[in-house]
Design a protein around this ligand. Structure first.
Ligand code: KG4
Ligand code: ZN
Length: 354
């Protein structure tokens, strides 16, 4: 089974050819064109601009991914995402399925993120940490889905039986990273920028940080699987607006921004790890499976892996290039959890993960 998968939910136009391989999928080709740089000057994604960029990129991206490959079906992510962006991927895919007379498969974008863990093409770090038997996630597992629009904990009983068990009450964690970066004067997308800034602060310096700069870890000690990230962003805005900062010279200001970025990362990561561990305590699972753009965060990857392995469970996370939006993950979901659609397929901007 070989599939052409198409992704256009936000600001990445992507196409990939994937095929079934053992119990997972193998990527033949994956092409991603991002308009993130264009959005940088606005400090966030401008939907109208994103849609126009998709229109420009979609045919070249598909042509490059397809090459001379023969395919059995076409798949597209139909939500959640921005309506204008989704329409372009969905309508293009429908046209191709019709013209080529191939089955049309629809994929939930968030499920796609999770299914990136079934891509059997791992980087060295992962290959070394696993033996051949556990390249593919072992179920039942707890899924931690962390992206720009979603933060969910899901119980994955089998490949197809998933249950939502917790998540954020307000902002998604990626959204919090993006908003925090904006407050700190760092470019969009904020996650990688905050990660870079926070890496400039030594452990020692962060530990000795004045307590008044500490940010809240909302709901951390509440015995439930709920999270909240809007309070931390508000606290960060208050901190950055305080009058004592206005008198700092630019060199000290940069140092302060790095320190606050580190504290922000620590707070968010602490909440994500604690709530994931609570979920593994509550449900008997063999593994934790992380996915989504924020799963690219190195500190989060390393710390969560350590905590999970200390508890004798397995930890799975996609290779970096399959954490952010891409079409290979959409192909993985389409192959392993196929849902056939027809010509009436329409984008669903507010689709949930399960
Ligand atoms: O999954 P994704 O590519 O798109 C959505 O489906 O939303 O996630 C994008 C989000 C952005 O908010 C971005 O700031 C965040 O993922 N992100 C990160 C990192 N890389 C991307 N957040 C924290 N650390 C990172 N290294
Ligand atoms: Zn995404």
């Amino acid at each position: 089974m070989r599939i052409l998968a198409i992704e256009s939910t936000c600001d990445e136009t992507a196409a990939a050819i994937v095929e079934s391989f053992e119990h997972g999928v193998r990527v033949i080709k994956s092409v991603v064109a991002s308009s993130a740089e264009i959005h940088q000057k606005y400090g966030g994604v401008v939907p109208e601009v994103a849609a126009r960029e998709h229109i420009k990129s979609i045919i070249p991206v598909i042509t490059e991914a397809l090459g001379d490959e023969e395919i059995d079906a076409v798949a597209v992510s139909y939500g959640p995402g921005l309506m204008g962006s989704l329409l372009i991927g969905v309508e293009t895919t429908k046209a191709l399925a019709w013209a080529w007379d191939k089955p049309l498969l629809k994929v939930n974008h968030m499920m796609g993120h999770v299914m990136a863990n079934w891509i059997v093409e791992r980087n060295q770090e992962l290959k070394e940490s696993r033996n051949q038997d556990n390249v593919i996630p072992i179920l039942p597992g707890v899924g931690l889905v962390v992206s720009g629009g979603h933060t969910d904990l899901i119980l994955m009983k089998s490949l197809t039986d998933w249950e939502w068990i917790g998540g954020t009450r307000d902002d998604a964690v990626g959204e919090a990273f993006d908003k925090a970066a904006r407050i700190l004067g760092l470019p969009y997308p904020g996650g990688p920028e905050i990660e870079k800034a926070s890496q400039k602060v030594s452990d020692d310096k962060w530990k000795k940080m004045d307590k008044k700069y500490r940010l809240p870890r909302s709901l951390l000690n509440e015995d439930n699987l709920e999270m909240s990230f809007s309070g931390i962003k508000a606290a960060l805005a208050r901190l950055m607006g305080s009058s004592e900062l206005l008198v700092l010279g630019s060199e000290f200001k940069e140092e302060f921004v790095n320190l606050v970025a580190r504290e922000f990362s620590e707070a968010v990561i602490e909440v994500l790890i604690r709530k994931t561990l609570m979920a593994t305590d509550k449900f008997e699972v063999k593994s934790v499976i992380m996915a989504g753009g924020v799963a690219a965060n190195k500190t989060l990857r390393e710390r969560l892996k350590k905590e999970i392995e200390n508890r004798d469970m397995k930890f799975f996370v996609p290779e970096l290039k399959y954490c952010g939006d891409n079409a290979a993950m959409i192909g993985a979901a389409a192959i392993l959890r196929p849902v056939e659609s027809n010509w009436s397929l329409k984008p669903e901007p507010s689709l949930g993960v399960v």
